[in-house]
Write a protein that binds this ligand. Structure first.
Ligand code: FAD
Ligand code: NAI
Length: 464
């Protein structure tokens, strides 16, 4: 059997991108994937199916809330849940097939099955051991378990994100445990589809790690959309009986115990790295205390010739972070210089409005001891956002008070997930807020709000 230059384990956004880049650089590459389809968590049970449901449910919400306001009368839209599921499955299918096409185009061998690393340079799949000069672990993550709560995705009552994407029907009521990204995206989907959604969160605020002002505004907007929040609440258990569930939680402020009934419970309390079956203990691959694969600045593990990327290593669990690491490690393996700028990784929540951020929050910038300036611009002063009925949010730019250099940006508003990239590019180029303020922005666009926030860091925004 011929020897590979690189075997990538896992075909999620980290692994498949790594395999493609390595093949483009002239390496002989194979990628092992145990799932039936390529694309990993992201394409199969993560980013893509959740965005399909967010889009479909947003359309429904528009028809209920905004069509009549625009003179589009008598829109009566019924939900055909099974058709919505088909649309979602088709969206996933075309994308996973697309990766298969890219593998063929780049002459990457897809080794089907679950991999075990027998030693440096040896990957076993089924009864076959493949020889390779380098191995990249890109095995991703799985939902973390919550004590006292048993997830049963097939049952459809107590589910994690994977189960929540394929519920047998739209529940009348749903309790979401965890006000993080998954809880709020999927909670929004079911709220728009008519479920009464209550989000129970351990902390006293939603979306930990985000800018404080954004957290507050986001919670306000979601509350207006019908989501209920119970904050500062530790869930102690979930019981089920005859297709319904009872969620018990204790309020941290006074230790009082409460119970909520629901048709469905979504457990969304974080994800943990997935490395089961790889045999890393035997190989002596060092792990972090939290179970991630330990890597150096070049994504090399403690065992020579074995690298790791994506959700399996520390850092934000995001598809684009995994992809960037995939490209960079391919360059390293090919003897070039791969690089990822961890200071400029955007984060987006795909609710309506979207929430997007990059760089330092106001709190983190202050904590770092810098003198900062904050420029804020409300979408209320943006014509396009008002026409879209999405003027509740704002753009907030954080800059260094001495150099005017952009340190971070936080947007809650229409298409925030697209708009944030202008700031990412600016940050990559070490731009000042003035550079953005002096750049002509087309009118009428939501992006004008980014420019206005940059102007607000200097002599002032115009439309306030
Ligand atoms: P994964 O995508 O998890 O892929 C790992 C692959 O490795 C899997 O296919 C697995 O089957 C395979 N594998 C594991 N072990 C083995 C083995 N031993 N042998 C062979 N194959 C193996 N991120 C975003 O940036 N944007 C979003 O909008 C977004 N939405 C999300 C929504 C949901 C509901 C979820 C759950 C996640 C979402 N994420 C999102 C996170 C994103 O999916 C992950 O960050 C990303 O998939 C990580 O990529 P990865 O390549 O590291 O691993
Ligand atoms: P998360 O880490 O974003 O949020 C989990 C939330 O659950 C936190 O607010 C936490 O305080 C809370 N929590 C933990 N234990 C709890 C308990 N016992 N009771 C009540 N609340 C509790 O994790 P989530 O939402 O599961 O997402 C996992 C990962 O997937 C994230 O790291 C995220 O980056 C990624 N993802 C990204 C998306 C995007 O980029 N749009 C979409 C979905 C997921």
């Amino acid at each position: 059997m011929s020897t590979y230059d690189l075997i990538v384990i896992g075909a999620g956004p980290g692994g498949y991108v790594c395999a493609i880049r390595a093949a483009q650089l002239g390496l002989k590459v194979a990628c092992v994937e145990g799932r039936e389809t390529l694309g990993g968590t992201c394409l199969n049970v993560g980013c893509i199916p959740s965005k399909a449901l967010l889009h479909a449910s947003h359309m429904l919400h528009e028809s209920h809330e905004n069509f009549a306001k625009m003179g589009l009368m008598n829109a009566h839209v019924d939900v055909d849940w099974s058709q919505m599921q088909s649309y979602k499955a088709e969206t996933v299918g075309t994308n996973t097939k697309g990766i298969e096409f890219l593998f063929k185009k780049n002459k990457i061998d897809w080794i089907k099955g679950w991999a075990e690393i027998e030693g440096a340079g040896k990957v076993k799949v089924g009864d076959t051991t493949y020889e390779t000069r380098n191995i990249v672990i890109a095995t991703g993550s799985e939902p973390s378990a919550l004590k006292g709560v048993e997830v049963d995705n097939a049952g459809g009552v107590v589910v994690d994100s994977t189960g929540a994407l394929v519920l047998p029907n739209i529940p009348k009521s749903m309790v979401v445990i965890g006000a993080g990204v998954i809880g709020l995206e999927l909670g929004s989907v079911y709220a728009r589809l008519g479920a009464e959604v209550t989000v129970v969160e351990f902390l006293d605020f939603i979306t930990p790690g985000m800018d404080g002002e954004v957290q507050k505004q986001f919670q306000k907007i979601l509350t207006k959309q019908g989501l209920k929040f119970v904050l500062g609440a530790a869930v102690s258990g979930v019981t089920t009986d005859n297709g319904t569930a009872k969620v018990t939680y204790k309020l941290r402020k006074d230790d009082s115990e409460h119970v909520i009934d629901a048709d469905c419970v979504l457990v969304a309390t974080g994800r943990r790295p997935y490395v089961a079956g790889l045999g890393l203990d035997k190989l002596g691959v060092e792990m972090t205390e939290r179970g991630f694969v330990k890597v150096n600045d070049h994504w090399q593990t403690s065992v020579k010739g074995i690298y790791a990327i994506g959700d399996a290593v520390p850092g934000p669990m995001l598809a684009h972070k995994a992809e960037d690491e995939g490209m960079a490690v391919a360059e390293v393996v090919a003897g070039k210089h791969g690089h990822v700028n961890y200071n400029v990784i955007p984060g987006v929540i795909y609710t309506t409005p979207e929430v997007a951020s990059v760089g330092l929050t106001e709190e983190a910038a202050k904590d770092s001891g810098r003198k900062i300036k904050v420029g804020k611009f409300p979408f209320m002063g943006n014509a396009r956002a008002k026409a879209l009925f999405q003027a509740d949010g704002f753009v907030k730019m954080i800059v260094d008070a001495e150099t005017d250099r952009v340190l971070g940006c936080h947007i809650i508003g229409p298409n925030a997930g697209e708009m944030i990239h202008e700031v990412c590019v600016a940050m990559e180029f070490g731009a000042a807020a003035e550079d953005i303020a002096l750049t002509c922005h087309a009118h009428p666009t939501c992006s004008e709000a980014v420019r206005e926030a940059a102007l607000a860091c200097g002599s002032g925004a115009i439309h306030v």
